[in-house]
Design a protein. Sequence first.
Length: 295
Amino acid sequence: MRYGPHQFLIAPARGSEEPWRLLAGCALIVALFLLMSLFYSRIIAVALPDSAWGANGRGVEDASTPWGALANLYIFGLVILALWVVLTVLHTRTLSSLLGASRPAWRQFRRVLVALALLTAAVLPLPAPEALTPGPHLALPTWLAFLPLALLGLAIQTGTEEIVFRGYLQSQLAARFRRPLVWMGLPSALFAALHYAPGNMGDNAWLAVMWAFLFGLAAADLTARSGTLGPAIALHIANNFSAILLAAPEGSFDGLALYTYPFALHDTAIMRTWAPIDMMMLLCSWLAARLALRA
């Protein structure tokens, strides 16, 4: 495995790589996020239009309306604020040190995003069983009207997750431990655990955990190979654009989706059919990203 470029992200972590700093940093991020979330919830309660809450009043909680979905995407900005405090207080690092050199990061981001867009365009026309074929959801004019805000929200959400898991956690662990099993495995395991949602997915919750763990490993690998977060962010954006803005499972973060699949995440039989397809798409996306980086 060619992980030499990873040193560009590891170097800024040296000098503050003690495990206690990382544990304290994680605890402080959670505490600050929860505190700021209280104010955020009050702000959106006043700022969002009545339509954001939907007919059942759960539009924000379920992300089942456009404004509700946006509120759930933009809240990730609070995590970045919390991380900035942690980096300043505990590590004497900047946020930019988690991203890598800006020019290579941007160049790698563009290459991977283009490759994944081409892959998605090639896969979308393929026929699928009726049970897996999405149907219309948002009207096209409505979808286009929300698209600029949705893309910004998607960038905030995916960028935040990559900065935290593949930027902060991965680089701090790699500065302390040489084994990829540690600095790739632990952040991916934590990322996967946060996707455990038995309330929404029922017996299928473990499928989301498995997929998220594999995604975490793929993103960690791309980060270590490239020395920036550009490829991992591109992979995450491409995936979530398809899953949140193009076609989402019915009733699951579908507020901004142009189409919805005719099944819910707790539908056991359908999800057991869908999961292998989703994981195969993840594998193809990872391979496409690696090819793009070699170009």
